[in-house]
Design a protein around this ligand. Structure first.
Ligand SMILES: *[C@@H]1O[C@H](CO)[C@@H](O)[C@H](O)[C@H]1NC(C)=O
Ligand SMILES: *[C@@H]1O[C@H](CO)[C@@H](O)[C@H](O)[C@H]1NC(C)=O
Ligand SMILES: *[C@@H]1O[C@H](CO)[C@@H](O)[C@H](O)[C@H]1NC(C)=O
Ligand SMILES: *[C@@H]1O[C@H](CO)[C@@H](O)[C@H](O)[C@H]1NC(C)=O
Ligand SMILES: *[C@@H]1O[C@H](CO)[C@@H](O)[C@H](O)[C@H]1NC(C)=O
Ligand SMILES: *[C@@H]1O[C@H](CO)[C@@H](O)[C@H](O)[C@H]1NC(C)=O
Ligand SMILES: *[C@@H]1O[C@H](CO)[C@@H](O)[C@H](O)[C@H]1NC(C)=O
Length: 374
């Protein structure tokens, strides 16, 4: 095992609650990495996978985060799944014709163009994301089991389960972003397509079969993000607080290190920013309560499954069962899950601002962030 100073520091700092975490995502942002590090956890690997963006863009975005914060030397980075298990772009479009168009088509949007080429960046190309995940789980299973955060589609984790079924018992648990419930009414009664998009469970819909493999598995713990993350939104107040911390908007604009902060606040004027610049903090909220469990104020237990009937308007949607009453005994497999239902937004935003205004560039060497000098 590679035992760097960062590992040693995290272990010493918080032995009782430190987690080891592997993250798979289809578009990593800085906060998803920084929340765990700030809480003293260790990120044992990251993989980028197809989903809301193409594979090359997913890995490229992950690379940019690691480069910006100088984290490449202590966080291994891999490429995960290039496409879903069964779904193809064609069956995706056919389903849309049958059951209604999705506002967001991600990497399958006919207008989609790659932003990166493989020549733009480096990553560890000797091992696939699924195998790297298995190795990370196996290496730590007896000492400090790994938590898996599937923040995009579930394909890479499903591949890993299929290669190595013991994964679900040897990992400490699973966190996912996705698994919305009761959003049909909200979709039907809005006059804005962006609200329909926000109420659509795209991470599950783009690869329903993978999502079902993952959510119906026998994890020790499985925490489903659900629609609670939809309510955690940026605002002018947040922008103002960030600008105040920086001293001025120009400081953010002119400081390379703060480029992730600039993409977060964009023009700095909430009403001028477009819909894509003012989306909810989906993946970040899950990352925050995975890192700081006290942020998750309410949750409930159920049995989780995903609709895998192609000929269904609910193909790729979460289905919940009451564990005491109506879990199917055979046939349709379900897994135990905990649904997040209330998060402490104030704590989330306080941490967010603090974490972005720390200097993480020495982390791999010292295991900690320092005060950011602007
Ligand atoms: C990738 O590299 C090309 C050629 O150097 C450059 O034009 C492009 O902007 C780069 N893309 C990204 C996202 O960095
Ligand atoms: C790439 O990953 C493999 C497997 O995890 C590891 O053995 C190898 O040392 C890594 N390569 C680099 C350059 O870090
Ligand atoms: C999987 O787990 C079972 C039960 O703990 C164990 O007997 C078996 O050896 C494990 N398989 C592998 C490949 O580690
Ligand atoms: C999920 O979101 C919908 C739409 O906003 C809402 O009506 C519903 O109550 C939410 N369900 C839970 C459990 O939060
Ligand atoms: C779910 O939990 C019950 C006990 O509450 C257990 O009997 C069952 O095996 C678990 N299901 C899975 C898929 O782990
Ligand atoms: C934001 O933009 C709107 C519309 O352009 C403008 O009316 C408002 O004054 C701006 N607010 C700030 C804080 O700059
Ligand atoms: C970046 O990380 C490397 C490897 O840990 C370290 O040697 C270097 O000092 C770091 N750079 C900065 C600016 O902290």
């Amino acid at each position: 095992m590679l035992f760097n100073k960062a590992t040693l520091f995290s272990l010493c700092a918080s032995i009782a609650s430190a987690k080891k975490i592997f993250i798979d995502n289809d578009g990593l942002t800085a906060l998803q990495v920084l929340f765990p590090l700030a809480a003293g956890h260790e990120i044992v690997g990251i993989s980028g996978s197809f989903g809301s963006v193409s594979l090359v863009d997913a890995v490229g975005q992950g690379y940019d985060v690691l480069e910006n914060y100088n984290l490449s030397s202590c966080i291994p980075h891999y490429a995960g799944a290039a496409f879903p298990l069964i779904r193809t772009a064609d069956t995706f479009y056919i389903w849309e014709q049958l059951y209604g168009e999705l506002v967001w088509q991600g990497g399958w949007d006919p207008q989609y163009e790659d932003s990166y080429t493989w020549a733009n960046f480096t990553y560890n190309d000797t091992t696939s994301g699924a195998v790297a995940l298995i190795n990370a789980v196996r290496e730590n299973k007896d000492t400090d089991p790994v938590y898996i955060y599937a923040a995009g589609m579930m394909t890479t984790v499903a591949q890993a389960i299929s290669i190595y079924p013991n994964l679900t018992q040897e990992a400490a648990g699973l966190y996912i972003m996705g698994g919305m419930i009761d959003f049909n009414y909200a979709q039907a009664t809005t006059d804005k397509s962006i609200n329909v998009d926000i109420q659509t469970d795209i991470n599950l819909i783009q690869d329903p079969e993978a999502a079902q493999i993952v959510l119906a598995a026998d994890w020790k713990e499985s925490i489903v993000g659900g629609n609670v993350t939809n309510y955690v939104l940026p605002s002018q107040d947040l922008y103002d607080e960030i600008i105040e911390r920086a001293g001025s908007y120009e400081t953010i604009e002119n400081t390379d290190y703060l480029s992730p902060v600039l993409s977060l606040i964009s023009t700095g004027n909430f009403t001028e920013n477009n819909e894509q610049e003012t989306l909810p903090f989906w993946d970040e909220v899950v990352s925050a309560y995975m890192s700081y469990p006290e942020i998750l104020e309410q949750s409930f237990d159920a049995a989780c499954a995903v609709d895998t009937s192609f000929n269904s308007p609910y193909y790729g949607n979460l289905r919940l069962f009451n564990k005491k009453i109506n879990v199917p005994k055979s046939g349709y497999k379900s897994g135990n899950c905990t649904l997040a239902s209330v998060v402490d937004q104030e704590k989330f935003f306080d941490l967010l601002v603090d974490i972005l205004f720390k200097d993480w560039r020495g982390y791999c060497e010292t295991g900690a962030a320092t005060t950011l000098v602007l």
